[in-house]
Design a protein around this ligand. Structure first.
Ligand code: COA
Length: 185
């Protein structure tokens, strides 16, 4: 399958590669002080355009990147989530950021589960991490919900090295055991 055709469907969501029509909703997320606080801070549309192109660029040249997470029925763009490993990154991350209107509905959990499955099935990773600011309670709750644990402070590469982060994560074996348990229920 061509990378551009990758599509994951869940009960309520479709995960697919970013497309140009996602940009308005993306710019809304990254223009929102509260939503963007832990993902680089709020920015205007011109700066958001540059950032927006990082994910399609990662998909094109690295073969993976964050998915656009959209509503299965309306196509509304809720956020982005998926594998992310820039140069100098402290590990194999699955990261996430959703528009405020989409918070608290279980969407991130619903999207993260098949996205982590996809990463382990396709990228040869032995583990997965999530780099999370110690003040980001919602993101920590999501990591915990996915079975990850906090292994303590880490460091992002410059120019992000002054952002405090902790490294949450789990091994491939832990994830597989958890998924097998869920499927057996
Ligand atoms: C982190 C984020 C993706 C969570 O998305 P979400 O769709 O609201 O998460 P879910 O509804 O799937 O919830 C996952 C778990 O986190 C909990 N949770 C979510 N938001 C919470 C909050 N503000 N405080 C405490 N717990 C919270 C939920 O209760 C759930 O746990 P449970 O299943 O045990 O009840 C979302 O808050 C977000 O996009 N934040 C802004 C961007 C950001 O900071 N990204 C992370 C950078 S590391």
């Amino acid at each position: 399958m061509a990378t551009s055709d990758i599509k994951i469907e869940t009960e309520r969501l479709v995960l697919r590669l970013p497309q140009w029509e996602d940009f308005d909703a993306y710019a809304e997320l990254f223009g929102d002080e509260q939503a963007a606080r832990f993902v680089g801070g709020a920015m205007g549309r011109a700066a958001a355009w540059r950032k927006f192109l990082q994910q399609p660029g990662a998909w094109l040249v690295q073969g993976f990147g964050m998915f656009s997470v959209t509503d299965k029925h309306t196509g509304e763009w809720y956020g982005q989530l998926g594998p992310w490993k820039p140069e100098g990154w402290p590990g194999n991350e699955v990261g996430w950021a959703f528009r405020r209107a989409a918070w608290g509905k279980g969407y991130a959990t619903e999207a993260a589960t098949p996205a982590i499955d996809w990463a382990f099935a396709n990228l040869g990773w032995d583990n997965v991490i999530h780099c999370i600011d110690p003040a980001n309670i919602a993101s920590q709750a999501l990591a915990q919900r996915l079975g990850s644990t906090n292994s303590g402070p880490g460091r992002l590469p410059p120019p992000l090295d002054d952002h405090p982060i902790e490294i949450w994560g789990q091994t491939r074996a832990q994830w597989m055991a958890r998924r097998a348990e869920e499927n057996a229920r």
